[in-house]
Design a protein. Structure first.
Length: 165
């Protein structure tokens, strides 16, 4: 596209495109890595807008520096500088989308972790309740057995002896 619009040779257009995409890729990596260590709280929309604006300004500055290295004539440099707002706008949208999706992904992972912990706590609670019931049943069973033997001792001593064995 730049080759046709700005009448650039193929190598300059390719190098400019490669450099711009590299700078944009770096800004995306920086934004995604930053969210691994810092999760903003409060107004996330404002955080996304500010971070995306800062990163797009860095992309525009990198593009401007790259354009100055690649262009031989002032006329080509002027034409390429006009595309700065397109590059900055695209960088803003790409970074805002990456930041939004990453924040949503992290929030979803946190919710899944919370649900997993909640399910585990519920399972442990049920196991503890069953264990408590088992411990209550064992003495009760012993009491009932001894009471039955006691009742048989007077009336049927032979049956009581078999029950003990």
């Amino acid at each position: 596209m730049l080759q046709e619009v700005f009448i650039l040779d193929w190598t300059t257009a390719f190098l400019e495109s490669l450099g711009t995409n590299f700078i944009l890729g770096l800004s995306l990596v920086v934004s995604l890595r930053g969210l691994q260590y810092y999760q903003p709280s409060g107004d996330r929309v404002l955080t996304i807008i500010i971070a995306a604006a800062v990163l797009s300004a860095i992309v525009m500055a990198g593009d401007k520096y790259l354009f100055s290295l690649l262009s031989e004539s002032d006329q080509v440099l002027e034409r390429m500088n006009r595309s700065m707002f397109f590059h900055g706008g695209f960088a803003f949208l790409a970074n805002a989308a990456a930041l939004s999706l990453t924040m949503q992904w992290n929030q979803l992972k946190d919710q899944q972790g919370l649900q997993t912990r909640r399910d585990e706590a519920e399972r442990l609670s049920k196991e503890a309740e069953l264990l408590k019931l088992r411990h209550q049943l064992q003495p009760h069973f012993l009491f009932n057995s001894l009471n039955s033997i006691n009742a048989l001792i007077n009336s049927k001593p032979e049956a009581a002896r078999r029950m003990v064995h």
